[in-house]
Design a protein around this ligand. Structure first.
Ligand code: BG6
Length: 368
């Protein structure tokens, strides 16, 4: 069942190229029409949507944060991302023109289910991105786009996360095409780029020994920071969450630009700081993160960079560089999160912890 791996988590990390490939498979025609598994929303309603609210918990919520960057860019529809339990207990502004997107691996998370019910009571349409067929959230939503990650057994999410991100890209490209704005011509290019992602993910996984070696060298750390900008920000949050969940290490993710507004006070000699470095083909974005890299390095921190191949700028400042293939900015999370998953899993293994069943956690939380 573990496919020759010692743990489900390792197996599921290695399943990720397939999870993305299967989620893309047969989903969208070159003209951009998306095959939703269940669609009980009229296309005319989707054309009129004036706001999207993503509701989810944990790792699934970080997939929602990535979705915001992509969907707003392609569709010019404002996207809010909210933790399902927060959405439910305030007085959110939703109307018949709001599309609520619920993201959930299990389809049974009670917090997310309550948010779905609340949204529908307010007249919003709910589209669910779900991994588990026939689950409660899939049944109670107006439309379902299944992620095809296959069963995820390890409590901490890995392959469901990349499949969720992939599904939100498909949704964004579909809405862009449906609404025919000036970005809809990007649809074909991006579908093409998306098809290359499974191989790129496999390339990163093939370098796992270097990442395991890094985890071995860092097995005694007690605190790790993760910094990213743009789509690198949710990846930083996910990197920190993985380390907390699996290795019980204090870890924090921040938006890199926020560094000078507070977190830099935590930076001292030897403090490990991971940077998710954007592609140098986005020079402004890249330069901003590099200036944070320099500041942190100047304070004696141990800088660890996840950077594209050929990005030589990082070498002067980083104690270690983990390479990812060249990838369009919006799709970066699919490759940049992989080393962080491998790192957290390997560090937990170094500490002799149960990576599949971390203490105090449940795969699916069915109470509010
Ligand atoms: C948590 C799990 O309890 O629920 C996380 O430990 C998961 O891994 C989160 O991301 C949300 O779960 P789901 O099933 O709604 O995606």
């Amino acid at each position: 069942v573990k496919g020759g791996f010692a743990t489900f988590m390792e197996k599921e990390i290695h399943d990720q190229p397939a999870a993305v490939r299967d989620t893309l498979l047969g989903r969208m025609s070159p003209t951009g029409s998306l095959q939703l598994d269940e669609l009980r929303i009229d296309e005319s309603i989707l054309r009129r949507v004036d706001k999207i609210v993503v509701v989810a918990c944990g790792t699934a919520a970080y997939a929602g944060h990535v979705a915001k960057y992509a969907i707003e860019h392609w569709c010019r529809i404002p996207v809010e991302v909210e933790l399902a339990h927060e959405f439910r207990y305030r007085d959110p502004v939703v109307s018949e023109k709001t599309l609520v997107v619920a993201i959930t691996q299990s389809g049974e998370t009670m917090d997310t289910l309550m948010a779905v019910r609340h949204a529908r009571e307010q007249g919003a349409k709910v589209l669910a991105i779900v991994n588990t067929h026939g689950s409660t959230i899939a049944r109670e939503s107006d439309a379902v786009l299944y992620t095809h990650a296959g069963p995820e057994v390890a409590v901490a999410s890995t392959k469901a996360f990349v499949a969720q991100i992939t599904a939100t890209y498909l949704l964004g490209l579909y809405l862009a095409q449906l609404r025919g704005n000036k970005y809809s011509d990007e649809v074909v290019t991006y579908l093409d780029e998306l098809m290359k992602m499974p191989d790129k993910i496999a390339e990163v996984i093939a370098r796992e020994d270097d990442i395991k070696d890094l985890a071995h060298r860092m097995k005694d750390v007690t605190s790790v920071l993760f910094l990213g900008r743009h789509v690198g920000f949710p990846v930083a949050l996910e990197g920190a969450l993985k380390l907390k969940e699996l290795a019980y290490i204090h870890a924090e993710g921040f938006a890199a630009g926020e560094l000078k507004h507070g977190p830099i006070a935590l930076v001292e000699e030897g403090q490990p700081v991971f940077f998710i470095v954007p592609t140098p083909r986005r020079p402004l974005l890249h330069a901003k993160v590099m200036s944070n890299v320099r500041e942190v390095n100047a304070r004696g921190a141990r800088v660890l960079c996840i950077a594209e191949e050929g990005d030589t700028a990082v070498e002067e400042f980083a104690a270690d560089v983990i390479r990812i293939p060249e990838t369009p900015t919006l799709l970066h999370p699919l490759v940049s999160v992989i080393p962080l998953q491998i790192f957290a899993c390997a560090l937990a293994a170094e500490k002799g912890l149960d990576v599949d069943q971390p203490r105090n956690l449940a795969k699916s939380v069915t109470v509010e």
